[in-house]
Design a protein around this ligand. Structure first.
Ligand code: ADP
Length: 464
């Protein structure tokens, strides 16, 4: 990929270099300071040792000048030259080392300066030389001397200069190294993203089974790839579901259309009595009704899937509402001579979208009527459980649903007995619509069933 500021790797490399340069600067600053203090301390130590030597030399008095000739032993080399002044207590100069030539280390000391082991300090001489100073008073017999010793700090600055020059020369190398290694590191770290992008571009509806490569599932990019793979899995499942739904829907639509067509073809025959044609038209209308019902159901489900259904909730009396809903299909129950009863608590009110909620209740009641044999019974109850859940229970004395089917009957187009269900006008969508309708009211539908019948329960959360 091209080197551009918009690349994460370029930005990371630049940031890495910037951070390295700040760290390098801080490192240079701290080591320089450390070196400066260390070298100064070294001078101070040397000066202290030299003061001790001078004090020893003075102890071998009486002749300072003579004795101090030995002071030359302090002058290891020109670079390490020491400068010494010894003052008498009356303010006259007792000795000045030759190295000082015409220069002086300062005015004659005041009386109060005659104190032992004074703290070292730095002084700029008249000619601009930086000197490190150390002084002490020293008593020999009845005489007190004031000794000043100094050494040029030039050496410190020379060494500092060399050190800083070395840092300055090596810094660009370090920074270039940081930039290159930062860029490489970022490129290597982000390589899995490139691989993911390449693979993601290859994934289409035809190969939704493919997944992104996961190099290390424990790191962040591995988490990202796993997250996208999970998403792909969900997309694949939804896509398969959609494909299945489309295939099932087309199949379901074809059956009544084929029936209409074949009945129509039969009706094309001439010379039949009018009752014959009426019968043909009646069965075409019946298929058309089935078709309309199917299309309506499909429409509801596609709206449900798209999530575009807006609930218009109203407060209703549940028992009255169930009674009214049942009235719409009671004629079917009467036809089958079913023994029906609706009872329960009359004082339960709930907020529902009447159209959608009625759809759920009607589908369950309709199933109970359809699948309960003639003269069977249906009992509907509305009550509040101990847990404060609101229950609408629809119990029938039908054939029951075996455990194998119980988990599947809420699936779209699932019918236990296709032919029988078709004979009763079933589409296999009734329960999935009922389940959706209750779910968007935050409730659930449960099923208990055995050979003596089924109990469908709508469980609604307590109304707060
Ligand atoms: P259908 O339109 O075929 O009734 P549903 O989704 O409403 O579709 O029901 C799915 C299947 O569940 C039905 O085909 C039927 O076999 C079974 N079923 C539903 N309700 C009952 C019931 N009360 N008693 C027995 N079987 C039932």
């Amino acid at each position: 990929m091209a080197f551009s500021y918009h690349n994460i790797r370029t930005r990371l490399a630049l940031r890495y270099t910037l951070i390295t340069s700040v760290l390098l600067f801080l490192y240079a600053l701290s080591t320089s300071l450390f070196l400066f203090f260390y070298l100064t301390k070294q001078i101070d130590m040397n000066l202290k040792e030299d003061l001790e030597i001078i004090q020893e030399l003075l102890a071998q008095a009486p002749e300072i000048t003579y004795n101090m000739q030995h002071e030359d032993s302090l002058h290891h080399s020109k670079r390490y030259e020491r400068f010494v002044e010894i003052w008498n207590s009356d303010g006259t100069l007792a000795y000045r080392s030759q190295t000082l030539q015409q220069r002086t280390l300062g005015e004659a000391p005041e009386k109060e300066e005659f104190t032992p082991n004074q703290i070292p300090y730095t002084v700029v001489l008249e000619d601009g030389t930086l000197m490190r100073f150390r002084s002490t008073s020293h008593a020999v017999g009845n005489k007190t001397y004031f000794i000043r010793i100094a050494m040029s700090e030039e050496l410190v600055f020379e060494q500092m200069h060399e050190f800083m020059l070395m840092l300055l020369l090596s810094s660009p190398l370090v920074l270039i190294g940081a930039a290159i290694s930062g860029y490489r590191m970022a490129r290597r770290a982000l390589k899995p993203i490139d691989d993911m992008v390449i693979q993601a571009k290859k994934i289409t509806a035809e190969n939704l089974k493919e997944r992104l490569p996961v190099i290390n599932s424990n790191d962040e990019l591995g988490h990202l790839a796993n997250g996208i793979n999970d998403l792909l899995f969900r997309v694949e499942s939804s896509y398969q579901q959609l494909q299945r739904f489309t295939a099932d829907a087309s199949h379901e639509l074809r059956t009544p259309l084929t029936a209409i067509r074949s009945v129509g073809e039969v009706g094309m025959q001439e010379g039949k009595p009018s009752s014959y044609y009426r019968e043909v038209i009646a069965s075409m209308l019946e298929e058309t009704n089935r078709l309309t019902h199917l299309v309506d159901s499909l429409l509801i489900l596609s709206k449900a899937d798209a999530g575009v259904v807006e609930l218009r909730k109203e407060r209703i009396n549940l028992l009255s509402f169930v009674n009214e809903s049942f009235d719409l299909v009671s004629v079917l129950a009467d036809e089958r001579k079913l023994n029906t009863s609706i009872d329960g608590d009359d004082g339960i009110f709930y907020n529902v979208d009447k159209t959608i909620f009625r759809q759920a209740i009607l589908n369950l009641i309709d199933n109970a009527i359809k699948y309960t044999p003639t003269s069977g019974s249906i009992r509907i109850r509305v009550f509040v459980e101990k847990s404060q859940d609101v229950i609408i229970e629809i119990k029938d004395s039908g054939p029951g649903i075996s455990p194998d089917h119980q988990t599947k009957i809420f699936d779209r187009f699932y019918r236990i007995d296709k032919d029988r269900s078709r004979g009763t006008g079933g589409t296999g969508l009734g329960l999935s619509i009922a389940q959706w309708a209750i779910r968007i009211h935050l409730g659930t539908i449960t099923l208990e069933s055995n050979a003596t019948g089924s109990v469908f329960r709508i469980i609604l959360p307590p109304l707060v």
